[in-house]
Each structure stands twice: as structure tokens, then as C-alpha cells.
Ligand binder design. Structure first.
Ligand SMILES: Cc1ncc(C[n+]2csc(CCOP(=O)(O)OP(=O)(O)O)c2C)c(N)n1
Ligand SMILES: [Mg+2]
Length: 433
């Protein structure tokens, strides 16, 4: 028999065949959910290293979980931020308001008042508490699920709704997808639909702040799915190389639309462990524990302010609702996940803590929730006077061509005329042009 040529993979080759691993989520619709594989350490069990420590001193923390609120609803351990009851009630209030806002805007989309909305249910602490730990003029570069920051920073709610309705009050003139807010006055960088672009932008801004001798730091929020983007890795490299005063917050809510976190690497290691390869300080936090979220962000902010370097924080949480109003999670994940999720609900946990320390009760909570819902309803009505989707009260059509060139070039003038003519045919005399 002729010899098989050296190096060929001819038929009958008995060398092991190569194969790929394609991640598959543990639970699909209808499956019984068992989260017992998730390690939930005791609240207060993690040590709190010095804010200026060398990243090598905290390697293990990339695989742990900083938790403050225990099963007994008390605050435990070195990470307890020891906030006074008024501050805790404020935190709870911002989270309740964020939830009420989400509820109303979601319904508004179902009623056809806007084309699109995204809730952050179950993740409120990762924006509200983290934002409270920063200075009001620290520059934030969020993703689309951090509406809690704007609520915490006191951004007028009517501006948010005007933007969502793309109406004539929308400061962004209907040029952004609903919920992609922007506010220079609130140090809130324009949200981009192109995932992870905000991460190198945050690092660049932080570098510029340091180069100018400013004292403001930057913080960015990015979904765990989005950390698979190259931009995130460039951001980590620049952050570590130049010791940029920046905080990289990864919101690991387990899902990226219908792709579970395994597709971004969660089966292999934690997202906090990304920090190790770059020599960044990094650790994992219970993202449904409002006190842990606050303490973690404050630790990182103090570190950045002390010129001790950037920090990568993984907030371990769960996206309790669909990705957006365009999504239906019952098609790809088990409905039991939400109820079985071992870290509970951030609003309930903070409320229970306040009750446990004698600073709150269920009646007051009910009143707070009601007032939040009433407030959102009132502001929604005000915003509706500026128009809702498809009712013509948007910015004049011609403005679509403005604000890019100081002097509109001839070809855009032509296009503008043509577009307005077509519009006039479609809606004769009916619209402000
Ligand atoms: C560069 C880029 N790729 C893909 C998309 C489409 N997309 C929008 S949101 C999303 C999921 C992101 O998931 P994750 O980063 O985990 O954030 P989450 O929605 O869970 O907050 C995808 C794939 C996009 N907007 N931009
Ligand atoms: Mg996600």
C-alpha cells in the first residue's frame, strides 16, 4: 500500500479531528432554572484594599464578589460605605423614579408615542448608586441603559421625554434614536448606538483632563456583550499605559439581546478578569446591592483622583426585562431566570435595608412609588404638548440639513428643496417645513 503523503489529512487519517465549541446558555424557554453554580459569597467577606494599591495586590478580587447587604438586610464589612439615612433614602428615591420612568416610557412605546424604548429594570443600582459616588461634574460616557445617571444628576425629565418622542422640544432635533440622550451641562456624553465606542472616548477624555491639569475624572459604562468589541480592548490598553483617571464599568447583566454572556467569554472567566491582562485594578461587585455599587465606584473614583490609576469594575447583575421594546425574551430564555436570580432586586434590597435599620416602612415606600409614578405622568403630559411620534410636531423638516456646514453647500441645498417638495406632496400644506 502506498504511503500517505507526509502532512496530508487524507481520508482515514486517524489524527483527532479539530472541533469548535459553540456556547449554549444553560436554560432555554420552559427549562427549570437552577443557579446553584453561581457562587454568592457572604456579604462583608471581601477585604477592601487601599485605593492606591498595586493591581497585583487585588488579583483574587477579579473572581470574588464585593457584597455589603446581607440576607439579614444589614450592611456588613469593610466595603460598607456608611451612608446616612437621608442619602440612602435619596438613593432609593432615584431608583424608584428610574423604575417609574421606565414603566411609563415602555407603555408610551406600546401606545405608539415613540418608536423605541429600553428599560434598565433590575440594574438601577449600577447607574444610580455609581453616579452618586462620583462628583456631579465628572464626565460620564454611558451606554443606553444608564438613564438612572440622568435622573440622579437632576437632568430635567421633560428633556428626556422630548428626546424619546423626537418632538419639537427635542434638543437633539430628532437626529438620535430615542433614549440616546446628550447633555453637556450634566457632563453626560452623547450616547452612541455603536457599541463600546464610548470606552476609548472616556479614556481619551480622561487623558485630556490629566494633560490639562484638570481635576475631573471620567467614567464609562459598557455591557458585558459589548466588551467583545475591539474598542473596549483599545480603551483598556490606553487606560493602563497612561494611567488615565478613568473608571471602566462593565454591566454584566448576562444577556446581549438574545446572546447569553458566554458569547462574550463568560464561560471561561469573569469580565473583571479582563483587568488582569492589562495590569489594571479590577474587581467584581454585586450589581444588585446598591451599597456595594456605591462603595465600589467611590473606591475607583478616589483611586483615579489620587493619580493611582484606572479601575475596571464588573457589576454582576441580571437584565430582568427584554433588551428593548423590539425584543421578546420569552423566545430565547427561561422565564424562571428572573425569579431564581440569586442576587435579588436592587430596589427591594435597599428598601429592606432601610426598614431593617428603622429608617423606612412599607407605607412610605408605597407613597414614594405612587409619587414617582404621578410625577412621571405629569411630566409626560407636559412633553406630549410638544408632540409625539408621527403627529407632525417635530422640528421643521429643513433642519435635517442644518448644523453640519456653516454655509449649506449647493448639493445639500438641492437635496433639501427636493425633500421638502416630496414632503409637501405627501402632506399638502400640513406641516411646518
Ligand atoms: C458595534 C455594534 N454591534 C452590534 C450592535 C447591535 N446591538 C445593539 S445592543 C446589542 C447587545 C449589547 O449587549 P450588552 O453589551 O451586553 O449590553 P446590554 O444590552 O445587555 O445592556 C447589540 C448586539 C450595535 N448597536 N453596535
Ligand atoms: Mg448585557
Amino acid at each position: 500500500m502506498a504511503e500517505r503523503p507526509e502532512g496530508s489529512a487524507a481520508e482515514g487519517d486517524n489524527r483527532p479531528k479539530l472541533s469548535l465549541h459553540v456556547p449554549e446558555p444553560k436554560f432555554r424557554p420552559g427549562d427549570t432554572v437552577d443557579f446553584s453554580h453561581i457562587n454568592v459569597p457572604e456579604a462583608g467577606s471581601m477585604a477592601r484594599p487601599d485605593e492606591t494599591c498595586d493591581p497585583s495586590e487585588m488579583r483574587d478580587m477579579a473572581f470574588g464578589l464585593v457584597r455589603v447587604l446581607g440576607e439579614d438586610n444589614q450592611a456588613h464589612g469593610a466595603w460598607n460605605p456608611k451612608l446616612d439615612p437621608d442619602t440612602l433614602r435619596k438613593m432609593l428615591g432615584h431608583m424608584a423614579m428610574t423604575r417609574a420612568f421606565d414603566e411609563r416610557m415602555f407603555r408610551g412605546q406600546r401606545q405608539g408615542k415613540t418608536s423605541f424604548y429600553m428599560k434598565c429594570t433590575g440594574e438601577e443600582a449600577t447607574s444610580v448608586s455609581a453616579s452618586m459616588a462620583l462628583a456631579a461634574d465628572d464626565m460620564v460616557f454611558p451606554s443606553y441603559r444608564q438613564q438612572g445617571i440622568l435622573i440622579q444628576r437632576g437632568y430635567p425629565m421633560i428633556e428626556m421625554i422630548n428626546q424619546i418622542y423626537s418632538n419639537k422640544g427635542d434638543k437633539l432635533k430628532g437626529r438620535q434614536l430615542p433614549i440616546m440622550y446628550s447633555s453637556r451641562e450634566h457632563s453626560f456624553f452623547t450616547i452612541s448606538g455603536n457599541l463600546a465606542t464610548q470606552t476609548p472616548q472616556a479614556v481619551g477624555w480622561a487623558m485630556a483632563s490629566a494633560m490639562k491639569g484638570d481635576s475631573r475624572i471620567a467614567a464609562t459604562w459598557v455591557g458585558e456583550g459589548s466588551t467583545a468589541e475591539g474598542d473596549f480592548h483599545s480603551a483598556c490598553t490606553f487606560a493602563t499605559v497612561y494611567n488615565a483617571p478613568v473608571i471602566l464599568n462593565i454591566i454584566n447583566n448576562q444577556w446581549a439581546i438574545s446572546s447569553f454572556s458566554g458569547f462574550a467569554g463568560a464561560e471561561r472567566t469573569t469580565f473583571a478578569a479582563r483587568a488582569l491582562g492589562y495590569g489594571l485594578a479590577g474587581f467584581r461587585v454585586d450589581g444588585n446591592d446598591a451599597l456595594a455599587c456605591y462603595a465600589a465606584e467611590r473606591w475607583a473614583a478616589n483611586r483615579a483622583r489620587a493619580n493611582a490609576g484606572p479601575t475596571l469594575i464588573e457589576f454582576f447583575t441580571y437584565r430582568a426585562e427584554g433588551h428593548s421594546t423590539s425584543d421578546d425574551p420569552t423566545g430565547y430564555r427561561s422565564a424562571q431566570e428572573r425569579t431564581e436570580w440569586p442576587l435579588g432586586d436592587p430596589v427591594t434590597r435597599l428598601k429592606d435595608h432601610l426598614i431593617a435599620i428603622g429608617e423606612w416602612d412599607e407605607d412610605r415606600q408605597e407613597k414614594m412609588d405612587l409619587e414617582a409614578a404621578e410625577h412621571v405622568k405629569k411630566v409626560t403630559k407636559e412633553a406630549e404638548a410638544n408632540g409625539i411620534l408621527g403627529h407632525g410636531l417635530h422640528h421643521p423638516f429643513r433642519t435635517m440639513f442644518e448644523d453640519v456646514f456653516e454655509e449649506l453647500p449647493w448639493h445639500l441645498k438641492e437635496q433639501s428643496k427636493q425633500a421638502i417638495r416630496e414632503r409637501e406632496i405627501k402632506f399638502p400644506g400640513g406641516l411646518d417645513q
